[in-house]
Design a binder for this molecule. Sequence first.
Ligand code: MRU
Length: 359
Amino acid sequence: MTLHLDNLPRTIYVEREGNKPLVVMIDQRALPGELLWLRTDDWRAVVDAVKTLAVRGAPAIGIAGAAAVMLAAFSLAEECSSAALFAARLRKVAASVAEARPTAVNLVWGVRRATQTAARALGAGRSTHECAEALYGLTEALIAEDEAANRAIGAHGAALLRARAAAAGRPLGLLTHCNAGSLATAFYGTALGVVYAAAEEGLVARVYADETRPVGQGARLTVWELAQAGVPTTLICDNMAATMMAAGLIDAVVVGADRIAANGDAANKIGTLGVAVLARHFGIPFYVAAPVSTVDLDTPDGTAIPIEERDASEVLPAPLSGVSVRNPAFDVTPAELITAVVTERGAVSPADIGSFAKE
Ligand code: MRU
């Protein structure tokens, strides 16, 4: 299958307007109707974009976190009279950026990469302006690293699907939940990276995309992205996955992750757990595709993963008297329901992910 990956825009990048650094992000709230861009030199606007899901998806918000700290460093370098004041204020900014959303560990990871880079630059006696420049370089490097990791994840995932397609003697039907695509990363995607790599080899007949209530990442983003790339796509409501599986249309499930605990339990968009339970019932392999930076060795198991509870208006637009609403944005799939975690360093059993990530 010939893909049109060049139709996919880059999700987040940095550029200069004269000397001024800018962060440029697709405003994903406007998709699929309009492809709009946010361009800002204000770190608070990046944090707002993360909170309001203009930029979303674990790897993308990790990059956004580092980029926000970078923009703050450029402003603080102008405002602060000493390196000590600069460092103290940058630490405060970093703490508030890291709190923008709680579940995806990549956000904390991206912010930590930035604070480590800043500490190293200042520790080496570099000026606050040079420190800000080092953070600009870091943001560019994280974007390049992310795409490279996704392409490697894609290649490892395609190898798994190649074996399945060979056993089936035909290209495969795949199911995905939420958007773990190019839009959730700098470029290419994790779960959809696996789809793209496999589709290029002719291993994919069709991708079934769950709508993904309540925010609709599948209905608004995944199907748009797959159509742009030229992958045959069918949109289904979340409650249709079982029927598609029962009809024999799904050969494998591929999803992303926001945080993988040391024991292999994986948090991902709400509804993923239900898909994993169904996949086990129907004997369908369930793959989690994520970079090693999504593994959190400080979180022993899924019960310790903080789950973001979002505003009730996402579920019930106008309040109804006497009705309360729950809106957990993520759920945790236990390791025993995951066939393999596909990382940029290879596919691994969830039971081994902790030791694998430690290496
Ligand atoms: O709330 P979102 O849209 O940020 O949730 C995104 C997901 O759950 C993705 O599946 C996950 O971040 C993996 S992205 C490669």
